[in-house]
Design a protein around this ligand. Structure first.
Ligand SMILES: O=C(O)CCC(=O)C(=O)O
Ligand SMILES: [Fe+2]
Length: 354
């Protein structure tokens, strides 16, 4: 990757300032240990956690969790395998390259908001196969089965990733239940959208050192399209969130043993904007490689997303028109692939006009 390539250069107003990194102060750290043994946790403990999650969702849209139940040695095995994979020669990685038909596997030329990201990624679905629409066209009902594409080396990558996916998916459902409780909904109100047909996925990411960290970004500013994101990040740092009131970018520092959780667009729409999906981006640096692994909790492709009835009434009418999740996902993928002239599909495109 060559940074003099203009494709990487952010417009002036979106360039990061590597010399003035401001740490985010006050992003909540939530200890989930009461959930480790669900039969022992009391209703009062769950409600207390839900209150913390609710406050974090309103104030930041971001929080850290510790004692989350994903075994440390499993995380370590994944990290080792991921580093082996990204350490392969490009020709090897390209053997599992994603293409226009199957968007899974390796990729190093992704765009966010039409600017190329300084990163390489490997995507896989939690359910294999996963069913999604074959095309983004609204009236085309054809479906497609996505199958994961695993490399021959490292041989253990597929197995450790599958095990990790199950553990993180379990955690995501616990978090979803806390989000539901925090909104005054029954604990399992949202679970049905994420059945065995869910389209959740995991992205293995490598941000190589970048000779021009003041011009490029690892991931340009964006909001996550799914319901919730569970991010494992190493100790290098680079993730930044845009503060709601001040509007400035602050660094979400790595905390050992924690996952970073953020609200995605689906929760924003479901809650009719009670919880907002925060804008974030990833800075790169000139010295260190950085690795991160986001898991995106996504519903089944045929789920229609709109504000939940519980958050709509005459004083507070629905702020969004409903949209089909599978078509949204498919449309988003189009613009990740190539530079488009138009803005990427966003939930604000479904905002009610009146
Ligand atoms: O790598 C990170 O820290 C965050 C990545 C991210 O925001 C994303 O993949 O959506
Ligand atoms: Fe993100």
């Amino acid at each position: 990757m060559d940074v003099v390539d203009v494709a990487f250069i952010q417009p002036i107003e979106h360039r990061p300032e590597p010399n003035v990194i401001v740490e985010a102060v006050g992003i909540p750290l939530i200890d989930l240990s009461p959930l480790l043994h669900p039969n022992d946790s009391t209703e009062a403990q769950r409600n207390e956690l839900a209150t913390k999650v609710g406050n974090a969702c309103r104030e930041w849209g971001f929080f850290h969790v510790i004692n989350h139940g994903v075994p440390f040695d499993l995380q370590h095995k994944v990290e080792v395998a991921v580093k082996k994979f990204f350490g392969l020669a490009s020709e090897e990685k390209r053997k599992v390259q994603r293409d226009e038909v199957n968007p899974l596997g390796y990729y190093d030329t992704e765009y966010t908001k039409n600017i190329r990201d300084w990163k390489e990624v490997f995507d896989f679905m939690v359910k294999d196969p996963t069913v999604i629409p074959a095309s983004h066209e609204l009236h085309d009902n054809e479906l497609q089965e996505l199958r994961n594409k695993w490399p021959d080396y490292p041989i253990e990558l597929s197995e450790v990733c599958r095990e990790y996916a199950i553990a993180v998916e379990n955690l995501s459902i616990k978090l979803l239940e806390l989000v539901a409780l925090s909104l005054g909904l029954p604990e399992k109100r949202l679970n049905g959208y994420f059945n065995h047909n869910n389209t959740s996925f995991i992205r293995l990411k490598h941000y190589p050192p970048c000779p021009a960290p003041h011009l490029a970004l690892g991931v340009g500013r964006h909001k996550d399209g799914g319901a919730l994101t569970i991010l494992a990040q190493d100790d290098v740092g680079g993730l930044e969130v845009k503060r709601k009131i001040q509007g400035d970018w602050v660094r979400v520092n790595p905390i050992q043993g924690s996952f970073v959780i953020n609200v995605g667009d689906i929760i924003q729409v479901w809650t009719n904007d009670k919880y907002e999906s925060p804008e974030h981006r990833v800075m790169v640096n000139s010295k260190k490689d950085r690795f991160s692994i986001p898991f995106s909790l996504n519903p089944a492709h045929d789920v229609m997303i709109k504000p939940l009835d519980e958050f709509v009434n005459t004083e507070n009418p629905s702020k969004y028109k409903e949209y089909n999740w599978g078509k949204f996902l498919k449309t988003r993928r189009l613009s990740n692939f190539k530079k488009l002239d138009a803005e990427n599909l966003q939930i604000h495109h479904f905002k009610q006009s009146g």
